[in-house]
Design a protein around this ligand. Structure first.
Ligand code: ARG
Length: 256
């Protein structure tokens, strides 16, 4: 390695170490009194802003986990495709943002037990493509960084898979005819269509995948992984989870 390379490499190391910290152990979090959770904030009714307030099933659930563990919870929001990177950089302790457990992601982070199960569906305006077969020659939009993107790209004959910053921007693209279909998690689509009063104009079609959706901690953060999983089991057994799920979805969405 020549000298300028060595200087560059040293600089790169420095930036990396100053930008990231080791993930905090459960003991360190407990001693500090505050658990730092990250989510995305445009995925109703799981995590979304109502004005300036962060609300949703995952927000209530995360706060319940904090209460169970006896610590305060502080939330930060970041774009979806940056959440798992920041987690391994120690920018926050855990992520709760409806991530599907996938083999690919499991290489990077440690998932908690799933806090719900859901499908990913194909959605279109009435008369538009709502099945895999109907997507031949058509375009579909999805949030960037999501697990459904590789699934969509494998649909035979699909013309174009476009990524958008979030589901709201995909819905706008669908309604203005810039894409033929939208793909996202069923409960999110149902909630957003209801909110936008579009249930009569838009159809929720075929499920293209089934997901186990879970929170995550940094790779190897075993003490926090155990503490959060125990807290999750507790709220899932003592009625807290059932109450929150009924409140947000009118049904219990835990994995059967
Ligand atoms: N379930 C999908 C995935 O795992 C989408 C999750 C999007 N989450 C969000 N908070 N926007 O990729």
């Amino acid at each position: 390695m020549n000298r300028s390379y060595a200087v560059l490499a040293a600089l790169a190391c420095l930036t990396l170490t100053t930008a990231s910290a080791a993930p905090r152990t459960w003991q360190q979090i407990k001693d500090s009194g505050t658990l730092h959770l990250a989510t995305e904030g445009t995925f109703p009714p799981f995590n979304a802003y109502a004005g300036k307030q962060l609300v949703g099933f995952e927000i209530d659930l995360g706060n319940a986990l904090g209460r169970t563990l006896g610590v305060k919870v502080e939330w930060v929001t970041q774009p979806f495709d940056t959440l798992l990177i920041g987690l391994n950089q120690g920018r926050y302790d855990a992520v709760l943002a409806s991530h599907a457990i996938t083999p690919e992601r499991e290489k990077a982070v440690d998932f908690l037990k799933p806090h719900y199960c859901s499908t990913v569906n194909i959605v279109a305006k009435k008369g538009g493509p709502t099945t895999r077969a109907a997507l031949r020659g058509k375009s579909v939009g999805s949030q960037v960084g999501t697990a459904q993107l590789p699934v969509l790209r494998q649909i035979p004959g699909i013309a174009d898979v476009r990524t958008y910053p979030n589901d709201q921007t995909v819905l706008t693209a669908l309604m203005s005819g810039r894409v033929d279909a939208w793909s996202s998690n069923g409960p999110v689509v149902a909630y957003m269509l209801k909110q936008a009063k579009l249930q009569d104009k838009v159809v929720i079609g075929e499920a293209i995948s089934k997901e186990r959706n879970a929170g995550a901690v940094a790779k190897g953060n075993k003490t926090l992984h155990d503490a959060l999983n125990q807290a999750l089991s507790k709220v899932m057994a003592d009625g807290t989870y059932a109450k929150l799920s009924a409140q947000w979805f009118g049904q219990d969405i835990r994995c059967k």
